[in-house]
Design a protein around this ligand. Structure first.
Ligand code: NAI
Length: 232
């Protein structure tokens, strides 16, 4: 009988502020898998299958998903469309985030051309640079705009929530200050330094070197792989 229970009815109210950061990192991995299998028309997934797909220990999978309430059904697992919807809701990607990108160099150009951001709910709406060689050039459908117009653009488009920084380290704080002063509440910086960002702004850095160093650590210490549960 439990197998026919409408899982929606069993979802408890969640307390997003109580979810640990390590769980949030894994939720993005679950969402990736769940979106893929949902597109394939798969209706249910068990924690063991989710564990196999993500290489995350099945105990952790069950623990992580328990933060949403008891909506898995014993013997059946999780209903894929519901799990997808709930993961998107908790990650805040049910609605699209509009994003500006500053720095149209090698990295900036690659980021703009990456379709995955859009597919996962992040829409780059404009790209800015300070170099006369870059301003006015095209990257796909975008024309690179002068960084001097960045402030004006954000003010006229209050639905922009995230700024991506892909400028050299020496100029990154200046750009961050500009974004913060214009009410941007989320900053992703690729510049290799820690920026001074107020507490009410969500700030993340992306550094591929860190991942290479982690890989290097596990290559150097093979025994440590026994405790390596989460993919990076
Ligand atoms: P790049 O030199 O090709 O491009 C930087 C761009 O920023 C240039 O077009 C330049 O005109 C522009 N720029 C400089 N000052 C600016 C300002 N004040 N306002 C607007 N635009 C400005 O450099 P690349 O290779 O694209 O790297 C960009 C940044 O990303 C650097 O900080 C680099 O260290 C970092 N990076 C980080 C990686 C990571 O894994 N986190 C990987 C690759 C790069």
């Amino acid at each position: 009988m439990a197998k026919n229970v409408d899982a929606t009815a069993r979802i408890k109210k969640i307390a997003p502020h109580q979810i640990p950061y390590s769980t949030i990192l894994r939720l993005t991995q679950y969402l990736r898998v769940v979106e893929k299998i949902d597109e394939l028309g798969v209706r249910n997934i068990s924690s063991a299958e989710l564990s196999e797909e993500t290489l995350i220990n099945s105990f952790l999978v069950r623990k992580d998903l328990s933060y949403f309430g008891e909506f898995g059904v014993r013997g059946v697992g999780y209903e894929v469309p519901i799990l997808r919807r709930e993961l998107k809701k908790i990650l805040g990607v049910s609605t699209r985030h509009k994003t500006v990108l500053v720095g149209a160099g090698n990295l900036g150009r690659a980021l703009v051309q990456y379709q995955g951001f859009y597919e996962r709910g992040f829409e780059i709406t404009a790209i800015f640079d300070s170099s006369p060689d870059k301003i006015g050039t095209k990257i796909q459908e975008f024309t690179v705009e002068s960084v001097f117009t960045l402030e004006d653009y954000i003010v006229k488009n209050p639905d922009i929530t995230i700024g991506i920084i892909a400028v050299p380290a020496a100029n990154a704080q200046f750009i961050a200050n500009l974004l913060v002063a214009n009410n941007i509440k989320g900053i992703l910086s690729f510049a290799p330094l820690t920026l001074q960002i107020p507490d009410d702004v969500v700030y993340a850095t992306a550094d591929l070197t860190t991942h290479l160093e982690i890989i290097s650590y596990y290559l150097t210490h093979p025994d440590a792989r026994k405790t390596f549960e989460v993919r990076i």
